[in-house]
Design a protein around this ligand. Sequence first.
Ligand SMILES: Nc1ncnc2c1ncn2[C@@H]1O[C@H](COP(=O)(O)OP(=O)(O)O)[C@@H](O)[C@H]1O
Ligand SMILES: [Mg+2]
Length: 153
Amino acid sequence: MPFPKEVRTLSAEKTENIGRELASEILNDTSLPRFVALFGDLGVGKTAFVRGFTSEIAPNARVKSPTFALVNEYKGERLSVFHFDMYRIEDEDELYSIGFYDYLDRRGVCLTEWSENIEESLPESYVRVEITKDDPTSPDSRSISIELVGIKK
Ligand SMILES: Nc1ncnc2c1ncn2[C@@H]1O[C@H](COP(=O)(O)OP(=O)(O)O)[C@@H](O)[C@H]1O
Ligand SMILES: [Mg+2]
């Protein structure tokens, strides 16, 4: 499916599937950014998306929210996945102290939860994923929009 994409999911598993598909596209197309910025409130399914994404690249990894660690690293055969939670990040100094900029140069894909907190520090090009609860009468329904920023495809 070409970018931008707009999909609706009705379960965490479906959201994981969308994450897995994106990982497969990134693995197969080296012109795509290896940086995925996730946006959306608590409980919308950002970690679920990362879990599905990671299952394509590092199938043995157990993906958990890195809220306290700030970053989890999952090693795959071809690439690693660096999974950040920016919930507590307040300024650029903190980004430096967790080594954020060093990860950008490593052989892997970065995914950031709570990208709202680091919008100014996002790389020049990235995949923007925004997840929203789109239907108050259907608690498991989510809209997921996926677009490329800083690159045309
Ligand atoms: N369509 C859906 N997509 C993703 N998660 C869903 C969906 N429907 C229900 N859920 C539930 O919402 C919660 C999402 O949790 P999580 O992925 O940790 O969110 P976040 O990382 O955004 O805080 C999980 O309990 C999951 O089972
Ligand atoms: Mg999370």
